[in-house]
Each structure stands twice: as structure tokens, then as C-alpha cells.
Write a protein that binds this ligand. Structure first.
Ligand SMILES: *[C@@H]1O[C@H](CO)[C@@H](O)[C@H](O)[C@H]1NC(C)=O
Ligand SMILES: *[C@@H]1O[C@H](CO)[C@@H](O)[C@H](O)[C@H]1NC(C)=O
Ligand SMILES: *[C@@H]1O[C@H](CO)[C@@H](O)[C@H](O)[C@H]1NC(C)=O
Ligand SMILES: *[C@@H]1O[C@H](CO)[C@@H](O)[C@H](O)[C@H]1NC(C)=O
Length: 223
């Protein structure tokens, strides 16, 4: 009796094991195929996929942070040629990419083109001060004139407009632009920014080759 019980148990175990092995042998590739298909399908940039929804959404906050240098001894630099003493301050944080991509155009070669509207909103909570913090910095116009004109001419021009090699400007002015009194035009490290667009970009949709998804094929018409 006990012998048969053992035999039965062994046989049952073997059959069950074989069944599970066969089932696994079928289900694993099927599962993998299913996962692979889903991943391939959902990560392609085309209308209706998860990837496309994420790609077009602006829900994820993207920040850009700046550290600026404050010149401590501008007068000594100008009068005695002293080495500038700098104090770095930051971060000054801006939220960017809150405007959705526009002019999204699907091309017939597995690429999609779009432009990125530019925008920046100051984030006081993630910054050390306000946008109105004043920095003594290099006067971009004065420094630039030396590169454009002969030094003698540049000196005359600068003196006649009463400009200085250093200037006091707010963070906002330095980054996003201010009207320079000497040149009578807008200048700034990132000027113009608001109401401009970046691109056009052309990126791969990944439909022909998932490895290429979202890779930039062209920017402003250049590869
Ligand atoms: C976006 O598309 C419109 C209409 O086709 C066009 O007038 C405009 O110039 C495009 N904008 C950019 C930045 O390419
Ligand atoms: C795909 O087509 C677009 C629009 O015609 C073009 O700008 C781009 O260079 C093409 N890319 C490739 C890889 O053929
Ligand atoms: C740019 O636009 C945003 C709103 O879109 C505004 O908060 C910000 O002050 C603007 N920046 C400048 C420098 O005008
Ligand atoms: C900048 O501000 C400092 C301190 O507030 C002042 O001493 C200096 O004269 C100002 N420089 C210019 C070029 O206005």
C-alpha cells in the first residue's frame, strides 16, 4: 500500500512537473512576445501611444538653474588692472519647457518634426534670492565693442557714452535682456528668449527601428 502511494505520488509529481514545464515553455515566449510587442507598440512616437502622450505632455517640470558671478572690486580692476575678485551666487532657478511642442508634423519617412516654444518662469522657492538681485558684472556691450572696433576708436566711443567696463544689473536683466544705453539695443545672455521657438527639430518615431525613437535626426535643417 505504502509502496503504491509513493509510486502514485511520484508519477503525479512527474506528470505535474512535465505539464508545468511545457506550460512554462509555451507561456514564457508568449509572455515575452506580448511584452515586447506592447513595449514596441507603446514606445513608438505616433498618435495614441503612451510614449506620444508623454512626449507631448508638459506635466513634468523641467528646471534650468543659473549661478552668476558678482565682481567685488570693479574699481580696482579698471584703475589698477587688479585681478577681478568674484563671488558666485546661485542657484537662480527657472521652470522651462512648460509650453507644449507645436507644429508637430509626421513625415513619411518614420520621422516627426516640431518646434519648441521657449519660456521661463522664475521659481523663488528653488532660488537663493529674487530675480531682482543685483550683480556687478562685466558690461557686455563695452566688452563686445573692443572686439568690433579698433581699441582707440572703442575707447572714444565708450568714453563719449559714459559707459563703464562693469555694470550693475539684475539677474533678470542679465539673463533675459535689457536695453543697453550705449548701443541703444537689447542685449542679454539669452536674449531674445520669451516668444521665440527652438527648432525645428526632426526626430525618429521609432516605428521602423525602436532603438532610434526620439533620436534627433535634424535640428534647424542640419544633421
Ligand atoms: C508653424 O506652422 C505654421 C503653419 O504651418 C507656420 O505658419 C509657422 O511658421 C510654423 N512655425 C514655426 C516656428 O515653424
Ligand atoms: C525625412 O523627411 C523629412 C521631411 O521631408 C526630412 O526633413 C528629413 O531629412 C528626412 N529624414 C530622413 C532620415 O530621410
Ligand atoms: C517670460 O514669460 C513668462 C510667462 O510665460 C513670464 O513669467 C516671465 O516673466 C517672462 N520673462 C521675461 C524676461 O519677460
Ligand atoms: C554698483 O553698485 C555698487 C554698490 O551698490 C556701487 O558702489 C557702484 O558704484 C555701482 N556701479 C556702477 C557701475 O553703477
Amino acid at each position: 500500500m505504502t509502496c503504491c502511494d509513493q509510486k502514485c505520488a511520484l508519477i503525479t509529481g512527474a506528470v505535474l512537473g512535465a505539464l508545468i514545464a511545457v506550460l512554462g515553455g509555451i507561456l514564457i515566449p508568449v509572455g515575452n512576445m506580448f511584452i515586447e510587442n506592447t513595449v514596441n507598440k507603446e514606445t513608438v512616437l505616433e498618435s495614441g501611444t503612451l510614449a506620444f502622450d508623454t512626449w507631448t505632455s508638459v506635466d513634468t517640470a523641467i528646471y534650468r538653474q543659473f549661478w552668476l558671478f558678482d565682481v567685488q572690486n570693479p574699481d580696482e580692476v579698471v584703475s589698477q588692472g587688479a585681478k577681478p575678485a568674484l563671488v558666485q551666487k546661485g542657484p537662480y532657478t527657472y521652470r522651462t519647457r512648460f509650453l507644449p511642442k507645436t507644429n508637430i508634423t509626421f513625415n513619411d519617412n518614420f520621422t516627426v518634426s516640431f518646434v519648441l516654444p521657449a519660456g521661463a518662469i522664475f521659481e523663488p522657492g528653488m532660488s537663493v534670492g529674487t530675480e531682482e538681485d543685483i550683480f556687478t558684472s562685466l558690461n557686455l556691450a563695452v566688452a563686445g565693442v573692443y572686439g568690433l572696433l579698433d581699441h582707440k576708436l572703442a575707447n572714444l566711443f565708450i568714453q563719449s557714452s559714459n559707459a563703464n567696463l562693469f555694470q550693475n544689473r539684475t539677474v533678470k536683466e542679465l539673463l533675459w535682456g535689457y536695453r543697453d544705453p550705449m548701443l541703444n539695443s537689447m542685449i542679454g545672455v539669452f536674449y531674445p528668449y520669451n516668444d521665440t521657438t527652438d527648432g525645428p527639430y526632426t526626430v525618429f518615431t521609432g516605428k521602423d527601428d525602436i532603438k532610434k525613437v526620439a533620436t534627433i535626426e535634424r535640428w534647424q535643417g542640419e544633421t
